[in-house]
Design a protein around this ligand. Structure first.
Ligand code: HEM
Length: 500
């Protein structure tokens, strides 16, 4: 395959990027530390990792990713490691400034995490993700443990629960994802996209391909000699072997959800009226419980959404027609996580309209421009729920099962700072998003005060023709209990890591 092939090399990409393994409803994630380097490499050299090639996937699929310290333990020289992203090298739970930026404060402080916190022994070296068809997970995990006994110390298994496509609060999840431009149809220098689109450059998710800036994200490039001769060549430096190509960064965060606390709060704000309770919760999420958007599809199709009625109904909407947030509050979770805007605020296509918007002569446009263009801040979500699924009435009954429940949030991106950290820090945890005062994400916010400011425990719901409804005193509903950054290599890079 040539270095500048138009299509991604699916055989070299781990399948999680393309498939998400939805039919493999059972899954468990092993957090491992290298105990014996030679034995670890031997296992990695032949680990049966599923690729992104089409065809019936096997009943059990493995995906393997590495922490920065894990690469060191496997013998990757520091000169090579240092070309990975600085956020990856620093780690998710090890730096107080990062914790502050991401809202990991108070009960979310990494020092309290069950795994991934500041102590070096807390951080996993290797992450093995096991996806299985019903009934196939347990025996596979036991078999893996027997293979690993010399190579790795098992820190813990993160177990998951199939909740049938909903997250623990009861909302349909996994509905909106960016469409990856696998065929590389987006021109490399496309700086001027005036309408929101759902199609993202390959280089936003895979290292070694051009991203939305038409640039290649930094990653280690090696002499193509010895074992490195088997690595793909770098497109932007064809005489170098590309250790990053077809790989991605993976963020894993364990988010414990207080399901009874969420529904009790919403119930109290709704006078125990079931319809109002549901509508309030839907305003906080930004979609209906069954996943329907709060806004109708746009008249024009959206690139990357598809034209079939089911995709249009699910994702064919933007917030352009609802600038004040009357239908979907501006601070709702999905509007913070993906404001569905473009490089220039929405308007008509004429030259004059465009010039007015570009020069900032329109006050409404200036306000809409307070939120950065979303095409540089997308992520692929691959999270899995854990714990127990409970109904709203069970959650409110006072007899909810006492089982820790939540989401192992997983996302993939090629630039940790610009994608995951920006969305989490500026849009979800940030108290300045869209100039909303004293608010952070209604589901995820830690409600703490930023320095010299009041608490961020507010949620504003604009209403047509009457004053906003403002909720105050939101309690936190989510606690971060673990997390780490990983590198999910391409398959050939994985084999190189086993031989380096
Ligand atoms: C326990 C924590 C969380 C819960 C319960 C939750 C829940 C949801 C729900 C119900 C949806 C709508 C369904 C969908 O579009 O797939 C959604 C969408 C989304 N969430 Fe979350 N989420 C959580 C954490 C996060 C975090 C930590 C991030 C990012 C840092 C995030 C980013 C997103 C994004 C990007 C979307 C899609 C928005 C869109 O494209 O319309 N979520 N989430």
């Amino acid at each position: 395959m040539s270095a500048t092939t138009a299509f991604a090399d699916f055989a070299d990409v781990q399948g999680l990027l393309r498939f998400g393994y939805k039919h493999h409803v059972e899954s468990a994630f092993a957090l491992l530390r290298v105990r014996n380097r030679a034995a670890a490499r031997a296992w990695l050299a032949s680990a049966p990792v599923g690729s992104a090639e089409t065809g019936a996937p096997p009943p059990v699929v493995l995906q393997v990713a590495f922490g920065a310290e894990g690469l060191r333990e496997l013998g990757v020289p520091d000169a090579v490691r240092s070309a990975f992203a600085p956020e990856f090298l620093a780690g998710l739970g090890t730096d107080a400034n990062r914790a502050r930026r991401l809202g990991d404060l108070g009960v979310n402080d990494p020092a309290r995490w069950q795994w991934g916190g500041p102590g070096p022994e807390q951080v996993p070296h290797v992450l093995v993700m096991v996806y299985a068809l019903p009934g196939r997970l347990e025996p596979c995990c036991r078999e893996l443990e027997s293979h690993w006994s010399i190579a790795f110390e098992l820190m813990r298994w993160l177990s998951t629960t199939d909740m049938g496509g909903v997250e623990p609060f009861g909302f349909a999840d996994g509905l909106s994802q960016p469409q990856i431009d696998w065929a590389r149809e987006i021109p490399p220098e496309d700086h001027d996209r005036l309408a929101y689109g759902n199609l993202s450059c390959l280089g936003e998710f895979l290292l070694g391909y051009p991203n939305e800036y038409g640039r290649y994200t930094a990653r280690p490039l090696l002499e193509p000699a010895g074992a490195a001769a088997h690595l793909p060549r770098a497109e932007d430096a064809p005489d170098r072997a590309d250790l990053g190509r077809n790989g991605s960064y993976l963020v894993l965060r364990t988010l414990k959800q207080d399901v009874p606390g969420f529904w009790r709060y919403v119930d109290a704000q709704s006078g125990a009226d079931a319809t109002q309770r549901r509508q309030l919760a839907e305003a906080m999420v930004g979609r209906r419980v069954d996943g329907q958007p709060l806004l109708p599809p746009t008249d024009e199709p959206i690139a990357g959404v598809g034209t079939d009625p089911a995709s249009r109904a699910k994702n064919g909407f933007t917030f352009d027609g609802d600038p004040a947030g009357v239908h979907c509050p501006v601070g709702a979770h999905i509007r913070r996580a993906n404001p569905r805007n473009a490089d220039l605020p929405a308007g008509t296509s004429g030259l004059v309209s465009r010039a007015i918007r570009m020069l900032g002569f329109d006050a409404d446009v200036l306000h809409a421009d307070a939120v950065a263009s979303v095409r540089f801040h997308r992520m692929l979500r691959r999270g899995r729920e854990y714990g127990v699924r409970m109904s709203v009435s069970e959650a409110l009954s006072g007899r909810a099962p006492q089982v820790e429940t939540g989401l192992h949030f997983i996302c993939l991106c090629a630039d940790l700072a610009r994608q995951f950290e920006f969305v989490q820090g500026a849009w979800i945890a940030g108290s300045k998003f869209a100039a909303l005062p004293h608010e952070s994400d209604p589901l995820l916010g830690n409600r703490l005060a930023a320095s010299d400011e009041p608490a961020t425990a507010r949620f504003t719901m604009p209403r047509a023709g009457c004053p906003n409804r403002v909720l105050d005193g939101l309690p936190p509903f989510i606690e971060v209990t673990g997390g780490a950054y990983f590198f999910l290599p391409g398959v050939r890079a994985l084999r190189w890591l086993a031989t380096v």
